[in-house]
Design a protein around this ligand. Structure first.
Ligand code: EPZ
Length: 430
């Protein structure tokens, strides 16, 4: 089984190019099936979640042509089925965006219930509430979401919680509903805005994405488009924290600094320097990190997807810090793994109390979900000695060539799949 092996202690330095945003790409790919003409999507991250969704889209009969690892042409004209129930779909949560897309276009969709990282219960009641408000009949049978409508009619929908998935899914369906839809208490993440912009490039009429209220005028049909995915704010934030944790100096390129402001603010609070440029940020670590407190919130608050990575930095800071996780009820699974590396973290409910230590020691640890795994990698980068991380398939869901990007910054990390490879790595790095 493939693992990461890391020899820690080298400050990361140099430049890293950020890939396209996974969580924007997934909604954009689903939106592409809503046109009968060709949609070209560029700057896709080459990560397994994206590749799985592309396979699922091909499975329902869309014409899919990969021009390269980062670019795909999709045409929904050849779709023969509104049933998406296969091994691809079951693997990945965002496959449920096919419900909004297929329901919007064909007024029918049958999609396997979502999988995804186990960070909490992850209900879909708000998705269902939105689809029903548009006139759809929803059933959950045999592990499938079955949605159908004679017609979809615009409505005024107020989400009970701020939810990225439901905001995107209901926005997809409402795009082709008759009349006007108003979505209130919506998610404002950059990827919600990116998907709205992509739909508008296909002829949709969506206003207000990125604010608390999204207004959609239903249109008859959508047309082809060429669209490029925004940079991944979470991949960028992960490398920013890696620079801080290894006391390095990293220029993170191909980013939108505005999307990183919550992470930048926290890096300042713990004593790092962050220089902002048009499409890059430079992070200079501080030999002595300071404790602080973090509360995860929907955008523009501190992102829950950066919570484990921030915990690693706070575990090495002087003093006591707290992290309050307000979005998911099971997002501290990495704490037991970080404890094996010497961290002193106590979790009480949705609050982690972190007592800073001088440095981690390398250990054999497990990636338990996507961002927890990424956090362990950057912890290993700062640890004394060797760290081995298994279950790296979680990490590959959301990080393109993670080890190669870290190697380019001077990180001693490789993927190994045998004891022989481990020995070879240890001989090489000493
Ligand atoms: C998206 O998940 C992201 N995934 C997650 O990123 C991210 O952590 C999350 O948004 C929050 O930003 C993708 O975009 C594929 P939510 P999603 O619906 O849409 C509750 C990563 O690491 N809720 O915004 O599933 C839910 O329980 C992944 O890339 C309901 O109550 O998140 C949670 O408490 C992990 N009812 C809160 O809303 C619903 O119908 C936020 O969930 C839906 C959600």
């Amino acid at each position: 089984m493939e693992k990461y092996i890391i020899k820690g202690g080298t400050p990361l330095a140099g430049e890293v190019e950020i890939s396209g945003a996974k969580n924007a790409a997934l909604g954009i790919l689903a939106a592409a099936v809503m046109a009968d003409e060709t949609v070209t999507i560029d700057n896709l991250p080459d990560v397994s979640d994206v590749n799985v969704l592309i396979d699922a889209i091909a499975e329902v009969g869309a014409t899919v042509k990969r021009t390269n690892r980062h670019c795909v042409d999709i045409s929904g004209k050849t779709i023969t089925s509104t049933v998406a129930d296969n091994e691809y779909i079951k693997k990945m949560r965002a496959s449920y965006y096919l419900v909004g897309a297929l329901l919007g276009k064909y007024k029918r969709a049958e999609v396997s219930l979502p999988g995804g990282c186990n960070i909490g219960s992850r209900p879909i009641d708000q998705h269902i509430k939105g689809f029903k408000a548009l006139g759809a009949d929803i059933k959950i049978e045999h592990g499938m979401i079955i949605a159908q409508a004679d017609e979809l009619v615009g409505n005024h929908i107020f989400f009970d919680v701020v939810t990225v998935g439901a905001t995107i899914n209901v926005m997809l369906a409402a795009t082709l509903a008759k009349g006007n839809t108003v979505l209130e208490n919506v998610a404002k993440e950059p990827h919600v805005v990116d998907i709205a912009n992509m739909l508008n490039s296909m002829g949709a009429n969506i206003k207000g994405a990125g604010t608390d209220v999204i207004r959609i005028k239903g249109v008859e049909k959508l047309h082809g488009s060429e669209y490029s995915v925004i940079p991944d704010q979470i991949e960028a934030g992960t490398f920013m924290l890696a620079a801080a944790i290894t006391k390095g100096d990293v220029l993170v390129k191909n980013v939108i600094p505005k999307h990183l402001e919550a992470t930048t603010a926290k890096l300042y609070e713990i004593g790092c320097t962050v220089e902002e440029y048009d499409d890059a940020v430079r992070v200079i670590g501080n030999p002595s990190l300071q404790a602080t407190n973090v509360r995860t919130l929907p955008y523009p608050g501190f992102p829950t997807d950066m919570q484990p990575q921030m915990a690693v930095a706070l575990a090495l800071a002087n003093g006591t810090s707290t992290i309050t996780e307000n979005l998911f009820e099971n997002r501290f699974k990495y704490v037991d793994e970080l404890t094996k590396m010497g961290a002193t973290i106590k979790v009480e409910g949705n609050i982690a109390v972190i007592e800073g230590i001088d440095r981690f020691t390398g250990a054999e640890v497990s990636a338990l979900d996507l961002r927890a795994g990424a956090a362990l990698v950057i912890a290993g980068m700062a640890a004394e000695g060797y760290t081995m991380i298994d279950n790296i398939h979680y990490i590959k869901r959301g990080y393109e060539m993670f080890e190669k990007k870290l190697q380019k910054l001077g990180g001693n990390v490789e993927i190994v799949d045998s004891d022989k490879a481990v020995q070879k790595f240890k001989l090489k790095v000493g």
